[in-house]
Design a protein around this ligand. Structure first.
Ligand SMILES: [Zn+2]
Length: 466
């Protein structure tokens, strides 16, 4: 018995030595997972491993063979877990997390002009923008979002917050035709944008784009100059577009065309455009968006809450328009939860088209992952789990009562059954940023405490509309 054990241990030692000599060192292996890749074939694997090195996905394959080939600094056992690409929030205003719940149940125009613009004029500053962004990023990581596309003021602070926490972000200074907290006119805003673009050029997780608020709050000169800046640096260009009937009527009255036609006439519709909302598009508008390869950020919950209307998403998808999913800001949603956004996006279209077959679960997950990446112009880097792509990955607990049982259609589980609290671990650019639901690079409790102090002072301010 003694001899047998000894012989066995020598044999095991040899195997281990031979193994380690031939094995490739990597950073992370996620093993024994159910893997949903969202690659062009929508490949799925069971008992599979995802291998990560220097921020990139090196290989996806059966756990048994991966274990013989690689040795990792960190191995994550993903038994009973789903591994999929991180969710992509194509439209938000993260500092507005500070204003969550400040003013609800109002029409957009009144909400903006009576409540939000005066509040922002008084309370938006660099410090609080960073705080609001930190709160939002914590919320998003806990909901499985690995990139957000942002439009607000002091976006340099948003970039800084994202970088420190390890969140991927597109940050865009919001340009508008009136003075804002950090710019007395749009020229200053443009200069700020250009400086920011140059500051973060080449960063591994931060991209700086250009944003104009909307056709009704920005002059045509501003829109054209901002687009030219985005074109010069080949970066994303954001705009709220055709969000309400009021906007459509107002553009029609002034320019005798639809908001989409108006942008087309200005020459600013192109493949780097991310148009948020697009609720009120005509058939011709949809054809123009497709022809120009412009992207749409669909925000179903915000559109419902402010009663802007229902964007014709099935028609856009049919015509081949790029459509991603977004939450909009927390002041008008009131959360940045992409699982809720997926659920709502699916149900809203079914109800309004009276057709339960539209916006099936897979199409919705496409919008929240790979199609979102296409809208952001980043599909070569993110949006699916494929060899060579960035390791922007979420690991989701499947063994939960609200998810079980699981049949063959995992998309149904994701869209109709899961909620964000099932997200267990988040990896961005190959780095673990949330581990077993703990956000690693920031003190969550401290952020919540500071945020409540700001909210308390706003609540006491008698000069603001209540
Ligand atoms: Zn918005």
């Amino acid at each position: 018995m003694f001899i047998a054990t000894f012989m066995l241990s020598i044999f095991a030692g040899c195997v281990s030595k031979n193994k380690s000599n031939n094995m490739v060192s990597v950073d992370i292996i996620i093993e024994h997972a159910r893997v949903l890749t969202m690659d062009p074939s929508h490949s799925e694997f069971k008992n599979a491993s995802v291998v990560i090195k220097q921020g990139r996905i090196v290989e996806i394959g059966p756990s048994d063979s991966i274990a013989l080939k690689y040795i990792a600094s960190r191995t994550i056992d993903a038994t009973d877990k789903l591994v999929m690409p991180g969710l992509i929030n194509t439209h938000t205003h993260v500092p507005m997390n500070l204003f969550r719940g400040y003013s609800d149940d109002k029409p957009l125009h009144e909400w903006l002009y009576k409540y939000m613009f005066p509040l922002e004029a008084k309370y938006v500053n660099a410090q609080d923008v960073k705080l609001g962004a930190q709160l939002a990023i914590i919320e998003m990581l806990k909901g499985g979002t690995t990139i957000f596309n942002d439009m607000y003021y002091y976006e340099g602070e948003v970039a800084q917050a994202a970088k420190e926490i390890g969140m991927r972000a597109i940050v865009c200074e919001g340009l508008i035709s009136f003075p804002v907290p950090n710019a007395k006119d749009y020229k200053e805003g443009l200069a700020y944008s250009e400086k920011l673009i140059n500051k973060w050029k080449g960063d591994s997780i931060i991209t700086v784009g250009v944003s104009v608020h909307s056709p009704y709050t920005c002059s045509s000169e501003l829109i054209k100059e901002a687009w030219a800046l985005a074109h010069k640096y080949n970066v994303p260009f954001n705009i709220h577009l055709a969000e309400t009937k009021w906007e459509v009527d107002s553009i029609e009255k002034t320019f005798k065309c639809t908001p989409v036609e108006y942008l087309n006439k200005l020459g600013v519709l192109s493949s780097n455009v991310i148009a948020a909302h697009c609720v009120h598009l005509t058939k011709e508008d949809i054809a123009i968006m497709h022809e120009k390869n412009a992207g749409v950020a669909h925000n179903p919950e915000c559109n419902m809450k402010i009663c802007s209307g229902v964007a014709p998403i099935p028609e856009m998808l049919k015509q081949g328009v790029k459509v991603g999913l977004g939450t909009d800001g927390a002041a008008s949603n009131n959360n940045l939860d992409m699982f809720q956004a997926m659920y709502t996006a699916a149900l809203l279209q079914k109800l309004t088209t009276n057709d339960p077959t539209v916006m099936n679960a897979q199409e919705v997950v496409d919008m929240a992952t790979i199609n979102g990446a296409k809208v952001l112009g980043m599909d070569k880097l993110i949006g699916s789990l494929e060899k060579g792509k960035s390791a922007d990955i979420i690991i989701i607990d499947l063994k939960r009562p609200e998810i079980y049982p699981i049949y063959n259609n995992i998309y149904s589980s994701i869209v109709y059954s899961m909620n964000s609290s099932a997200v267990n671990t988040v990896i961005i650019n190959g780095k673990i940023v949330m581990d077993n639901r703990k956000v690693l690079n920031i003190d969550e409790d401290k952020v919540l405490e500071k945020v409540q102090l700001v909210a308390d002072s706003i609540a006491k301010d008698k000069s603001l509309s209540k």
